[in-house]
Design a protein around this ligand. Structure first.
Ligand code: NAD
Length: 289
């Protein structure tokens, strides 16, 4: 037997041993999820879906009362708890992670969902606007991933980190340079962390929604009016307008985004990491006249 062959045998024996040690995929029923920005819209739907799948969920949002109210809608305190956090504040995140682990005894699924959107053109975007968007989404999701990864790694049971990015992370639209740039940043965090955390069996994936008007606080607080103005339509028409420009001619709802998170973090996609799933009824796939 040659030296090269000996090396090959040893190498594959080591690789085999590594695979044996890799955490096996688990069902949601035994898992604990932390969802940021979960007091409303997409985040709330994700938290509700993961709870329906059997997970315990930490509903984290800026305002404690709104977070607790959303958690109470999802289930009893055995299933869902509401905690306050500002995701742009590292010290607040430290407290959140400590309280989340105290509440349910660990963490398995992290969903970076918190976000705001100013929807402004290049010329209207101020330095403060740029910093705010990046503080909450690019830095905020980085800080959440950084603070929770040690918990997942120490547990040694793998886990999932999900980024709710946007179709705007891959294609450009009008009047949202700061928002879209920070979404593109999040999309690359997915790939970078998939590489870095993969050796611990932790999968990192993204979801790219688009046009979720109903239930979205972002739409209700200015983005909707701004978009309606940009497209020259009434604000109430936005849901239908977005549906019409999709391939499927369907309006995207928060539940549709939550379904994607459920599948990505469930046992069936145990071998998928570094992926972005569009939940946009086809907007990013094709240009339709
Ligand atoms: P939403 O306003 O209903 O939800 C965002 C939540 O994040 C709110 O509850 C808000 O309080 C919270 N939040 C804001 N700043 C925070 C902070 N500093 N710390 C903690 N929480 C904070 O809006 P949504 O439409 O449900 O958006 C959720 C995510 O989905 C966002 O990241 C958004 O960019 C993304 N997204 C939405 C759409 C859409 O069509 N609605 C499309 C693509 C991507």
């Amino acid at each position: 037997i040659s030296e090269v062959e000996k090396f090959r045998i040893e190498y594959w024996a080591l690789e085999d041993a590594k695979l044996q040690r890799m955490p096996k995929p688990k069902s949601h029923a035994t898992r604990i999820a932390l969802v940021t920005g979960a007091a409303s819209g997409i985040g709330k739907a994700i938290a509700a879906r993961l709870a329906a799948d059997g997970a315990c969920v930490v509903v984290a949002d800026l305002d404690l009362a709104r977070a607790q109210a959303a958690a109470a809608e999802i289930g009893s305190t055995d299933v869902a708890v509401g905690l306050a956090v500002d995701v742009s504040d590292a010290a607040a995140i430290e407290g959140l992670v400590r309280d989340a682990v105290l509440a349910f005894g660990g963490l398995d699924i992290i969903v970076n969902n918190a976000g705001v959107s100013l929807s402004k053109s290049l010329l209207d975007t101020t330095e403060e606007d740029w910093d705010l968007q990046h503080d909450i989404m690019a830095k905020g999701s980085f800080l959440i991933s950084k603070a929770t990864a040690p918990v997942l790694i120490e547990q040694g049971m793998g886990g999932d980190v999900i980024y709710i990015a946007s179709k705007n992370s891959v294609v450009a639209g009008p009047n949202n340079i700061a928002y879209s740039a920070t979404k593109a940043d999040q999309a690359h965090q997915v790939r970078l962390l998939a590489v870095e955390l993969g050796e611990h069996g932790i999968k990192v994936n993204g979801v790219n929604p688009d046009g979720v008007v109903r239930g979205s606080g972002i739409f209700a607080s200015g983005w909707g009016a701004n978009r309606a103005r940009t497209y020259g339509i009434a604000e109430e028409e936005l849901g239908r307008f977005y549906a019409q420009r999709t391939i499927l001619k369907r309006e995207v709802l928060p539940e549709n985004v939550a379904n994607a998170v459920s599948v990505l973090t469930g046992p069936d996609l145990s071998h998928t990491t570094g992926l972005h799933i569009p939940v946009d009824a086809g907007v990013a796939a094709a240009f339709l006249r």
